[in-house]
Design a protein around this ligand. Sequence first.
Ligand code: MLT
Length: 320
Amino acid sequence: MLRLIGVLLAFCAATALAQDYPTKPVIIVVPAAAGGPTDTLTRVLAAAMSNAMKSQFIIENAGGAGGIIGINKAAKARPDGYTLLLYHIGMSTAPALYRKLPYDTLADFDTIGQVADVPMTLVARKAMPPAGFAEFLAYIRANRDKVTYAQAGIGSASYLCGLLFMSTIDAQFTQVPYKGTGPAMNDLIGGQVDFMCDQTTNTVPQIRSGNVKVYGVTTARRLASLADVPTLDEQGLRGFDLVVWNGLFAPRGTPKPALDKLVAALQAAVQDPAFKARLADLGAEPVGLAKATPESLRGLLKAEIDKWTPIIRKSGVYAD
Ligand code: MLT
């Protein structure tokens, strides 16, 4: 009898949540500093989801350790639908890069859906001497002890792009880690670091305004928003193709009625013309409906962990 009452109470609570949720703003944790690409994407998404759900979404930046600090914060948050996490490819590289992660990537999160795919760009400080990519490569090789590369910590997208770039051109350069590529971009504009590879959601406005120099895009094809910028592939780095997936997560155990409403709001966002137009202007692309689902993001996360783990283990790189 007591058990039956318990089940009934749980059912009533879930039904009440389904009707009422959300009754206060939903926090989206961004595991990187403000002003960077994850922050920008999350703010654009938050506006579209707020519109769809008629409720407020607010951003909390928790940068550091290549995203681990913020991811852990979201993993440990109360699973009540009021704390979410937006992060990217770094979710799938951290399990191999860290011998000891403070959370379990697959066990500690519910997935809501994929959000957007974001290409990257190779950008340098404005006064970087080489005019074109070939000269830039020669410059890096000639100045390998001096050239500095900005990134958002081991496991971040900028770190991974740098790693891929270094191994492709067979050169090393000094790494300068930041809590996100928002602050890294400030230093690049100020000329304190030489170059970085970062997502278009951070670089397109700075490229357009001439604050940084661009040497190429990381995708197989040119981008409509940067039509004049050649790909790294067409400039000789055959097969160089890197796009950053981004997804929306919730702490494991978030009530199903809340998750369902969040999935519906995400699906409305990725179809929202204003959301699509804003992302397109920033060189990014929202996913189609089929990818904006919990199943699709979970499948992608598993596949990406399986893809990156052997590559990272083979490289012998550890963050801890
Ligand atoms: C990264 O490199 O992973 C991102 O740029 C982090 C950020 O959003 O700042």
